[in-house]
Design a protein around this ligand. Structure first.
Ligand code: CTP
Length: 424
């Protein structure tokens, strides 16, 4: 059996002492840890401490002839199953976002082909600074998993988000990323896990509702537009970017759920830990949704085309010079949400979205009844919601309406997942 290997980069910050506890947890869970200590990190913890806890040599510099001869820095960056940066300081995050490689840690981060988890810790103002916000967004867009820092009193005396999450929470996220890699067959080679070591199911501590409120649940999400072909080169589409649905899939996975994301044609990276099934048409989406059942919760965020072209031309439609335009006869697509509501395998909690341009709540209430959903998440798409980065939604249920203020789509996703977890 092969243990999962973690490459742990310890940045400079008072929270570095928690990295020692993280090493202990990974080792206890059957994983191997190789530590890289930055210059800054070495002011807070010593290489000796990390070496003793990890039972491995600790790497501190690019310019170590002995280490370089035994294992080059490129090899070091590739040998692990997962690279974890903990604590990830504002400086490290900025360098990662900019692609700077001026020491061993940043060089490894630029060279690695493995998934990367960054666990930020910094002063609240630094975390909320526009530069850090931008850098975190850049990293997330590039596929790096950046944990949200904890909120609370800080070593510097201020209060707010920026504290390093507890080592147990970081360890839980590591386990999830490793087990997600195992279940999705993702690009990184998944080691055979030592029985009960990292897979979180075997660790009651990490399955606690506080960390993983959707643990053990299967969440099905549809996202993006559908493309309905007219001929081999043309199609009918809509402006959906898929961002909201992808954010919901990511938030559900973070909450510990097994997530199946049925995605229309969008150019977004697959969120960590999510199983993604790409489809093009509404009919393909219908089939993929059926194949993904049973699910405990289904969240139908996709902007499914209501109509398709009744008869797709097998060859490209050509102008014949007569000035006559082709008439497209349309056929109605299956309503995936309504179909699921009536099916014998209806998920326990069925949530639809309603994209409206006027009378948003009235239409959403009508849609709730008509489609047989439990909740409808209504949003006004008359502005730039479709494709935009933020959203203001109303959660419409049989019990009433809760309106959330406008916020980034990731925050909308987390708010919904929180309510879903509460509803269960
Ligand atoms: N939906 C679906 N299958 C369809 C159409 C819509 O599953 N063929 C789902 C969407 O994913 C969304 C909800 O139904 O969760 C509402 O979609 P929307 O397009 O807003 O509603 P319509 O059914 O098109 O109603 P209307 O034309 O009145 O807006």
């Amino acid at each position: 059996m092969v243990s999962p290997k973690i490459l742990l980069i310890v940045g400079g910050g008072i929270a570095a002492y928690k990295a020692c506890e993280l090493v202990r947890l990974v080792r206890k869970g059957g994983g191997e840890v190789t530590c890289v200590l930055t210059d800054g990190g070495s002011h807070f913890v010593t290489a000796m401490t990390l070496a003793a806890l990890s039972e491995q040599p600790v790497h501190t510099t690019l310019w170590d002839l002995k280490n370089e001869a035994e294992m080059g820095h490129i090899q070091l960056s590739r040998e692990a199953d997962l690279v974890v940066v903990c604590p990830a300081t504002a400086d490290l995050i900025a360098k990662m976002a900019a692609g700077i490689a001026d020491d061993l840690a940043t060089t490894l981060l630029l060279a690695t082909d493995k998934p990367v988890l960054a666990v930020p810790a910094m002063n609240v103002r630094m975390w909320q600074h526009a530069a850090t916000v931008r850098n975190v967004a850049t990293l997330r867009a590039a596929g790096v998993t950046v944990m949200e820092p904890d909120e609370g009193p800080m070593a510097c005396g201020e209060y707010g988000p920026g504290r390093l999450p507890e080592p147990e929470a970081v360890w839980a996220r590591i386990g999830r990323m490793l087990s997600a890699g195992a279940s999705t067959g993702s690009s990184f080679a998944q080691p055979e896990l030592v029985e009960g070591s990292v897979l979180l199911a075997a660790q009651p501590d990490f399955a606690t509702p506080a960390h993983r409120p959707l643990f053990g649940r299967h969440v099905l999400v549809t996202a993006g537009p559908t493309h309905e072909p007219i001929d081999p080169v043309r199609y009918i589409a809509n402006r959906s970017s898929g961002k909201q649905g992808f954010a919901i899939a990511a938030a559900a996975a973070e909450a510990g759920a097994r997530v199946t994301l049925v995605a229309g044609p969008v150019s977004l990276p697959t969120p960590a830990g999510v199983e993604r099934i790409d489809v093009e048409t509404a009919r393909e989406m219908t089939e993929a949704v059926k194949a993904a059942l049973p699910a405990d919760i289904a969240i139908m965020v996709a902007a499914v085309a209501d109509w398709r072209v009744a008869e797709e031309a097998g060859r490209k439609l050509k102008k014949d010079g007569s000035g006559e335009v082709p008439a497209l006869k349309l056929a109605e697509n299956p309503d995936i949400l309504a179909g699921l509501a009536k099916s014998a395998r209806r998920p326990g909690l069925l949530i639809g979205f309603a994209a409206e341009t006027h009378d948003v709540i009235t239409h959403a209430q009508a849609k709730l009844a008509r489609k047989g959903a439990d909740w409808i998440i209504a949003n006004d798409v008359s502005g730039d919601v479709m494709g935009g980065a933020s959203n203001a939604v109303h959660i419409v249920t049989a019990d009433g309406v809760e309106s959330l203020p406008e916020m980034p789509k990731g925050a909308v996703a987390r708010a919904l997942v929180e309510r879903i977890a509460n509803a269960l």
